[in-house]
Design a protein around this ligand. Structure first.
Ligand SMILES: [Zn+2]
Length: 225
């Protein structure tokens, strides 16, 4: 519903990629998800009586992100909460080696000038434990300061799975030891799964990840979309 409103001037409502919901077509549907869709038909998550972007991600690894750190949106349900329910997620911890030449190339493709990389250091982290800024220095001592969000987008969001990582250089590679998968805003899917397994209901889980949000029926929203 939110995307539909956002895309009012586009010839479509949703996209099939990560910018909406990665929908694989009707053959990818499962009985369990169809059942969930049918059981929640006509229900909508709102804040202050209006729809909001109910972001979600795979695994937060401890604390969800304040959406205002990522996008131009500042709402109480999206300020970030503690999450200890995604510990058993297969994405809780990850490691990734990225050749330094590859980072140099990606930087150049994005218009940054840098020579051979000599160091990459983390300058600051926010209260959710995610990196705010990193500094890349080349062998001539030229420094480049980037937000971790931009760095992740540039290198590739599936190579750099989150902005919660430690980084060191080993030989000709940058070695990342990271936590979680995704931007971290809104609901943590593996955390929600963990809570559900312990018996929490869907509505309770949503209220934990989106504090202050409520569920109402779509008919009450008429005229606003
Ligand atoms: Zn989590």
């Amino acid at each position: 519903m939110y995307q539909k409103r956002q895309n009012a001037l586009q010839p479509y409502d949703l996209r099939s990629d990560i910018y909406s919901q990665v929908y694989g077509g009707s053959t990818s549907e499962k009985w369990s998800t169809t059942r969930a869709v049918n059981l929640t038909k006509g229900k909508i998550l709102v804040y202050n009586g209006d729809i909001f972007p109910s972001y979600y991600h795979a695994t937060c690894a401890g604390h969800t992100e304040d959406a205002s750190n990522l996008w131009n949106i500042d709402l109480p349900p999206l300020k970030g909460v503690e999450c200890d329910s995604c510990k058993y997620s297969p994405h809780y911890k990850w490691v990734k080696g990225i050749p330094l030449w590859e980072i140099t190339n990606k930087l150049k493709e994005n218009g940054y000038k840098t020579g051979r990389i000599a160091s990459i250091i983390i300058l600051s982290k926010n209260s959710s434990g995610r990196i705010e800024k990193i500094e890349i220095k080349d062998e001539a001592g030229v420094s480049l300061i980037l937000t971790a969000k931009d760095f992740r987008q540039m290198i590739g969001p599936n190579a750099v799975r989150s902005t919660k990582f430690d980084i060191s250089i080993k030989g000709s590679q940058a070695y990342l030891q990271g936590y979680g998968w995704g931007h971290g805003a809104g609901m943590c899917q593996w955390g929600a799964f963990g809570m559900a397994r312990k018996g929490k209901k869907a509505e309770e889980i949503l209220k934990i990840y989106y504090p202050g949000a409520e569920i109402m029926t779509i008919d009450k929203l008429k005229g606003k979309t």
